[in-house]
Design a binder for this molecule. Sequence first.
Ligand SMILES: [Zn+2]
Ligand SMILES: [Zn+2]
Length: 235
Amino acid sequence: MNIRRKLYSWIYPRRCPGCDRLLEPDEKVLCRCCDELVVRTGEVVCVQCGKPLRDRGQDLCPDCKRGHRFTAGRALFVYSGPMKEAMYRFKYENRRCFGDNFAVEAKGRYASLMKIWGISCIVPIPMYPGKQKKRGYNQAMVLAQRFGEGFNLPVKDLLERVEDTPPMKGLSPGTRRRNMKKAFHMKESAVQFNKILLVDDIFTTGATMDAAAEVLISHGVQAVYALYVCVGEGK
Ligand SMILES: [Zn+2]
Ligand SMILES: [Zn+2]
């Protein structure tokens, strides 16, 4: 941690993403109360997207049976309970500081997986410039930077969003894919990176990840993996 960030954490002690209360020194990610309420993705998950599976006999969730452009992805939490509030504050209420909490969780659970995957660089899912200007920040970039510090990996802003896609809540997977098709462009060359980790806040059907992975792969990246804070509940 550099001095500026150390000073920042001293002036602004860490808050609980679930309820926004200040954390006690021994609470690292969530307060005790929210920690009991959140659902962490466990052992029985879809091998591709990391969504919890109800049926232990299956490898893939229904959404992933169609296949994806990224090799594999993992989540920290299921999008339920206090994590819904947490994601809202993180995205819309300027609680960028939650990125630190999520990075602690990510480092504790996935640092060795990053080595197994052989990740050489972290890339955030970009936001449409107009939208980012209005909001003041891109939450995926905040995550990428914090994860980069946690995993000790470089962060590159390789992609740009060239089309503002409409909100996708409630849309079918096919419509989501069509909407995302031309959403991303490459900003700079990625040839020096073999394996890239894409980072975003929430994963639902994977249409966004697929579109971003497609652009990276078509520009010579060997394999694309993904890490997100929340994943939708499994079917
Ligand atoms: Zn809490
Ligand atoms: Zn899946």
